[in-house]
Design a protein. Structure first.
Length: 32
């Protein structure tokens, strides 16, 4: 059961990274 919590945390972190990446790309497009 403990492993499930770790998997969820990893998934949340991955989603956060993807959202940040999209923001960076959007900002880069605006600047360029």
């Amino acid at each position: 059961m403990d492993g499930d919590d770790e998997d969820d945390l990893w998934l949340v972190q991955a989603l956060a990274v993807l959202l940040q990446a999209r923001r960076v790309v959007a900002c880069a497009q605006v600047v360029l």
